[in-house]
Design a protein around this ligand. Structure first.
Ligand SMILES: [Cu+2]
Length: 271
């Protein structure tokens, strides 16, 4: 794991193109104790070890379906869709083992992030590993890589010197062909050694969703209860034309039993 030194940082953002309902701002001071965080998301290979040792069955496997990007869905397509996001479809048999549903496999994706894991699944993995999910504040401090108030984990430019720095949507959304997830250590890491905090897959955090902030907080951990958990970082689906949440201040949420083909997680731990 990577040691994050703690201290005070400026959390949140005021990017003019952020969505007000997301509660990215206002920028506030947050103080954290030092902590450890995984440099990369939990991979399919790591999750497989957990399942092998514990017999754990994910929520998508128990429910019998999960959300798959329509472009990838071939078999088992259900009626379930997402309002305002018709490119998601429920697929019977989709799970971390079969990310696109029946007939698909993770055979050649051992070092890709595990997906179709719910918050509850991620929490169970973290407990097994002797770790925990990062708070949202920990996630963001680590994701910023020591930079202050930058738009991305590496600076303000999306593609410095024309070089792609993250796995987000390329071309017209949602019709251009998508490659989906990439290995968890794709692209250079940020200043703290974290890979793919922007793009690739959304990452579960420990916190319940909230959009109100104090100007200063110490080790904030979100509301005591809620209905949805914060996810951070954006995914291979993100594109300026509909969702620019690959910015480092960006955030959204999902219910703790939900799973999709573009949400994974990394773990944190106390020092
Ligand atoms: Cu997005």
């Amino acid at each position: 794991m990577v040691r994050i030194p703690g201290g005070t940082f400026l959390m949140g953002g005021d990017d003019p193109d952020g969505r007000p309902e997301d509660g990215e701002g206002p920028v506030r001071e947050v103080r954290l104790e030092p902590f450890l965080i995984d440099p990369a998301c939990v991979t399919n290979a790591q999750f497989a070890t957990f399942v092998k040792e514990t017999g754990y069955v994910t929520e998508a496997e128990r429910f019998g379906w999960s959300f798959v990007f329509r472009q990838f869905a071939t078999r088992g397509v259900m009626d379930a869709t997402v309002p305002d996001a018709p490119w998601w479809v429920g697929v019977e048999g989709a799970s971390w083992r079969s990310p696109e549903g029946p007939g698909s496999s993770i055979g050649d994706r051992q070092n890709h992030p595990v997906v179709h894991v719910s918050w509850n699944d991620a929490d169970a993995y973290a407990a097994w590993a002797g770790k925990r999910l990062p708070t949202e504040a920990e996630w963001e401090m680590a994701a910023r890589g020591g930079l202050e108030r930058k738009r991305y984990p590496w600076g303000d430019e999306l593609a410095p010197k024309g070089r792609q720095r993250c796995n987000i949507w390329q071309g017209h959304f949602p019709t251009a062909p998508s490659k989906g997830t990439m290995p968890v250590k794709s692209f250079p890491p940020n200043g703290y050694g974290l890979y793919n905090v922007a793009g690739n897959v959304w990452e579960w955090t420990a916190d319940w969703w909230d959009t109100t902030w104090e100007p200063y907080a110490e080790n904030p951990a979100g509301p005591a209860q809620g209905t949805a958990k914060v996810i951070r970082g954006g995914s291979y689906m993100c594109h300026d034309s509909y969702c620019n949440r690959y910015r480092v201040a960006a955030r959204t949420m999902n219910t703790p039993d939900s799973s999709t083909g573009h949400t994974g997680f990394r773990c944190a731990a106390i020092l």
